[in-house]
Ligand binder design. Structure first.
Ligand code: SF4
Length: 400
């Protein structure tokens, strides 16, 4: 059975869910790797491995969703809660531009005191100051949160945000797209599996390209991991709107859920099966932020063709214990040592050129920046321009 499946994958025939499950459970790790690598080589024969210089900015950590796998969020009214001011975000953009970056990955908690106008004003302000800078922002559950909060249909939310400057949507908040799992992770309320898929469908129909993700290693079964991949493959067949797939393991530290992190081998097997099953995805990212640079490098032999983003700032997985940091120099070394050619890309996976540090001097980034310096509890002035929904937010507006 396994040998027949291996031949099937080698000939480029699409595998069914059951076949993928069989391979995932029974094929030796090196065989899965070789199959995934064969597919990667077929899709990317030029042996380029890409990466993007961008900055992961978390505009607020205040969140009403309270997913039990999350160590990042703070309750509404918490003294540790923050919302970044526009000026702080502009400063982060300028630092990103100074190291050759061209995009923000902008995501945050479900903050009840940020109506759609806050996002529109922010996006417009960014585009007015930095017209060529790209905004890869707001995962599907955030779009849904804005939709519910502002009582506007998701398709219209996307339309308004695109008009204000949104360029693409990151695939966060997918976790596992099976409602049984989502209920156990307390993330069904923020978006069911169908709702996540629907937001992505709206985004693709609106002309946006998006990414897709999977966080595994909590309560899901192997079947449910494959079911997740099947949901993504089906939507990709329908819209063709996904640029890339990224998977990472649950990071348990400081989370309500706790437990253990999946092993590096499990990561590589999961990445490989995704490459085999997702035959309609061109790009798979290596998640070195959660797995470390060396497993990230190994990922390039297990189906990945992209090293994701040069990490200037990270707040979410770091809150849960993962704190790997690589700047452009280190990413490029990892790619080249693995026998590939490193290329800078944009959000559409179009190649922009060779490593920028070889073209001009840029500052090394050897430590990750945080959203805010510890102890900074300042409240940005512009927040007072928007009506609050929470009691804490209303008190703030009244200056009490
Ligand atoms: S994962 Fe996102 S939505 Fe869930 S609690 Fe954390 S910040 Fe909120």
């Amino acid at each position: 059975m396994i040998d027949a499946l291996i031949d099937k994958v080698r000939t480029g025939t699409r595998v069914t869910r059951n076949e993928a499950l069989e391979l995932y459970r029974r094929a030796p790790t090196h065989v899965l790797g070789r199959l995934a690598d064969t597919i990667r080589a077929r899709k990317h024969p030029e042996r380029h491995v890409t990466y993007i210089i961008d900055r992961n900015v978390n505009y607020t950590n205040v969140c009403v969703a309270k997913c039990n796998f999350c160590a990042f969020y703070r309750d509404v009214g918490s003294s540790e809660g923050y919302v970044l001011g526009f000026e702080e975000i502009f400063r982060k953009i300028e630092e990103t531009i100074s190291v050759g970056g061209n995009q923000l990955l902008l995501q945050g908690g479900h903050n009840p005191d940020l109506p759609i106008e806050w996002y529109e004003d922010l996006f417009r302000a960014v585009k007015a100051r930095y017209p060529d800078f790209k905004l890869h922002a707001l995962s599907p559950p955030e779009v849904l949160h804005i939709s519910r909060l502002s009582q506007i249909e998701p398709a219209q939310v996307i339309e308004r945000l695109v008009a204000a400057g949104l360029d693409s949507i990151p695939g966060g908040g997918a976790e596992i797209l099976v409602d049984r799992v989502r209920r156990l992770l307390h993330c069904y309320g923020k978006a069911s599996a169908d709702e996540w898929i629907d937001i992505m469908r709206h985004a693709h129909r609106a002309g946006l390209r998006t990414t897709a993700t999977m966080m595994y290693g909590t309560v899901e079964t192997d079947e449910e991991r494959i079911e997740h991949l099947a949901r993504l493959r089906d939507l990709q067949d329908e819209t063709g709107g996904f640029t890339a797939f990224i998977t990472w393991s649950f990071q348990p530290e400081h989370t309500e859920r706790g437990g253990h992190e999946a092993t590096g081998i499990e990561y590589l097997r999961t990445l490989a099966i995704a490459r085999i099953f997702l035959d309609n995805f061109d790009n798979l990212q290596a998640s070195w932020v959660t797995q470390g640079g060396k497993v990230g490098q190994l990922s390039l032999a297990f189906g990945a063709n992209d090293m994701g983003s040069v990490m200037i700032e990270e707040n979410v997985v770091r809150a849960a214990g993962a704190s790997y940091c690589m700047d452009e120099v280190e990413i490029v070394e990892n790619i080249e040592n693995a026998g590939f050619t490193a290329k800078r890309r944009n959000m559409h996976y179009e190649i922009l050129g060779d490593p920028i540090y070889r073209e001009r001097e840029i500052p090394r980034m050897l430590e990750l920046a945080t959203a805010r310096a510890d102890g900074d509890t300042s409240v940005p002035d512009e927040l007072l321009n928007y009506p609050a929904r929470s009691r804490a937010g209303k008190r703030l507006r009244l200056g009490q």
